[in-house]
Design a protein around this ligand. Structure first.
Ligand code: AMP
Ligand code: ZN
Ligand code: FE
Ligand code: FE
Length: 298
């Protein structure tokens, strides 16, 4: 086992955004740890949607294989754009040094309840349109957390949709007739929840907000004031040009740079752990070191 930390020119790489089958990824926590090891990653954050159970199940395997495993979470939130419109925004939360508070654990339980109620309404809406998908089928796929990705898989298997994006277009996405809204907190509230729990909030894949440059900058300034600490610079959906843009923005606004592939396994077959889409992601170890160097009382 070699240690390159001291040698010039050899950067060690990590991945701070990944999903297991405890949410909507396809690999078990153990398989994900082994893949991270095979991919020569130095550290991995598991950032499942609304659940820590993938991280917790992965911990013993990470210890056995010497992988630096970071507890993470991906939260859904509402972004108010001011002009009467709202957009959904994803927030990553990291706990690189300490355990989350009990309040955080209780909050996630509430999120999962709300998600289950949405799933129930979604299954009803589909059945009313003659689509035969039962909640039980979906939940049997989702382990600790079932979601629209699991609905999509079943819709494809049963021939209601050609592929996952077709399932979202016809049945599950915001523009589909059977779309069901899910209640969630505002992004400012989500940031506060993470901060109060001792976590490091990072805005995920900012490209998805598709904001013009001015509005994007204003928003980031506002979120920083609301307690945001980091910005996801590297992501499979960020082109090299966008990465450079976000890197510069993070520097200017004094936000910590972060990054990861958003690996899901088979639901996103072109995205590789550590390297993203055709190698567009490479996250230096330094990003995690900087997160760990934050004062404890952030
Ligand atoms: P949920 O959290 O259950 O509402 O599901 C959200 C997940 O669905 C996201 O994290 C995406 O992975 C996936 N998703 C959302 N929109 C689409 C889309 N248009 N095509 C494919 N996957 C999507
Ligand atoms: Zn996901
Ligand atoms: Fe996301
Ligand atoms: Fe994600």
């Amino acid at each position: 086992m070699s240690d390159h930390s001291g040698s010039a020119g050899l950067v060690r790489f990590i991945d701070l955004h990944s999903h297991t089958n405890e949410s909507d990824g396809s690999l078990t926590p153990e398989e994900l740890v082994l893949l991270a090891r095979r991919s020569d990653l130095d550290a991995l954050a598991i950032t499942d949607h609304d659940t820590f159970s993938g991280y917790e199940k992965a911990l013993p395997f990470a210890r056995d294989t010497g992988l630096d495993l970071v507890r993470g979470i991906e939260l859904n939130s509402r972004l108010n754009l001011g002009n009467g419109t709202e957009r959904s925004a994803h927030l990553l939360g990291y706990f690189p040094r300490r355990e989350p508070s009990q309040e955080m654990v209780a909050f996630l339980e509430e999120q999962r309840k709300e998600r289950r109620s949405r799933n129930l309404r979604l299954a009803d809406a589909l059945q009313r349109r003659g689509v035969n998908v039962a909640l039980e089928e979906v939940e049997s796929r989702g382990r600790s957390l079932a979601g629209r990705v699991h609905f999509a898989r079943i819709l494809v298997e049963k021939g209601y949709a050609a592929d996952s994006s077709d399932a979202f277009r016809r049945y599950l996405g915001e523009d589909a007739p059977t779309y069901v809204h899910r209640e969630s907190q505002t992004i400012e509230q989500a940031i506060q929840i993470l901060r109060n729990a001792g976590g490091v909030p990072v805005l995920a894949h900012p490209v998805r907000l598709s904001l013009p440059r001015d509005a994007e900058r204003q928003l980031l300034l506002h979120l920083k004031q609301a307690g945001l600490i980091g910005l996801e610079i590297y992501h499979s959906e960020h082109s090299p040009t966008l990465q450079a843009h976000y890197r510069q923005l993070a520097e200017e606004l004094n936000l910590l740079p972060s990054g990861g592939s958003d690996f899901h396994g088979t639901p996103k077959p072109d995205v590789d752990l550590g390297t993203g889409l055709h190698g567009n992601v490479r996250v230096p170890r330094e990003f995690l070191d900087r997160m760990r160097e934050l004062p404890v009382e952030i």
